[in-house]
Ligand binder design. Structure first.
Ligand code: NAP
Length: 243
């Protein structure tokens, strides 16, 4: 699996499994199957209420910890210094891990100074509980603010990006600041499935609409985290990235 080198110095696989709305047994089975198929990057968040199941799946897969890249996110209502530290501990305990590869601020929150949240994230990095830090749902103005207010590199901005929502100017701003961009909802939550133009392109290349959409993002060096629960979808999405 190809990787992107983050400004923290760590490598991040360009394709991962999204897990929003995957819960319970279905979540555990999907994560186990994904790891078996070769996925090495899993995206979750405290608010998804599925971290226990993901932790169980990782444990049962018996994959070496260092082979996996796990992202989680601190919820927007919990961005004060102590809250960030506490929620990270809870996340690590639910996932049964002793560090996260990437920890993101899930959504910005005007009521908490950004420097305070970044101070907590820096402490987590110093304590070796988190390897890289990042932001999510930050627009151009907030990306600039984040860059100014964090004392350590902000490695990733995770935002909605798909064929119906091209975010070239945000991508450009992230590049300027050495922040990698991760596309969430890269399949527009399934809405692209019947798109006539994408179907024509897919047919021409003997691919599926999902593969074409993911490849469009990957070729811009954007990291993608499609969510899939069936083996068919997991396999299909996996093969949209170069080996
Ligand atoms: P998505 O990945 O764009 O779409 C998921 C939908 O597409 C599911 O219904 C899935 O069906 C279907 N699908 C997957 N592969 C397919 C394929 N090959 N062919 C046809 N349909 C396919 O939507 P998303 O879940 O919103 O986004 C992905 C991930 O991004 C989330 O799971 C989450 O980890 C992250 N996210 C982050 C934020 C944030 O605020 N940072 C917000 C939203 C999402 P099946 O499940 O039936 O396979």
């Amino acid at each position: 699996m190809q990787t992107v080198k983050l400004s923290s110095g760590y490598e991040m696989p360009i394709l991962g499994l999204g897990t929003w709305q995957l819960t319970g047994k279905k979540c555990k089975e999907a994560v186990k199957k994904a790891i078996e198929l070769g996925y090495r990057h899993i995206d979750t968040a405290w608010i998804y209420e599925n971290q226990e199941e993901i932790g169980d799946a990782i444990k049962e897969s018996k994959i070496k910890r260092e082979k996996l890249f796990v992202t989680s996110k601190v919820w927007t209502d919990n961005l004060k210094y102590n809250e960030v530290l506490e929620q990270c501990d809870e996340t690590l305990s639910q996932l049964k891990l002793n560090y996260l590869d990437l920890y993101l601020i899930h959504w910005p929150n005007r009521d908490v100074p950004l420097e305070e949240t970044f101070r907590a994230l820096k402490r987590l990095v110093n304590d070796k509980k988190v390897r890289s830090i990042g932001i999510s749902n930050f627009n151009i103005g907030r990306v600039k603010e984040a860059k100014e207010k964090s004392e350590i590199p902000v490695s990733v901005n995770q935002v909605k990006y798909h064929p119906y929502l091209n975010q070239e100017s945000l991508l450009e701003e992230c590049r300027k600041n050495k922040i990698a961009l991760t596309a969430y909802s890269p399949l527009a939550r399934g809405k692209i499935a019947n798109d006539k133009t994408l179907k024509d392109i897919a047919e021409k290349h003997n691919k599926t609409v999902s593969q074409i959409s993911l490849r469009w993002l990957l070729q811009k060096n954007i990291i993608v985290i499609p969510k899939a629960s069936s083996e068919k979808h997991l396999r299909e999405n996996m093969t949209s990235s170069p080996p």
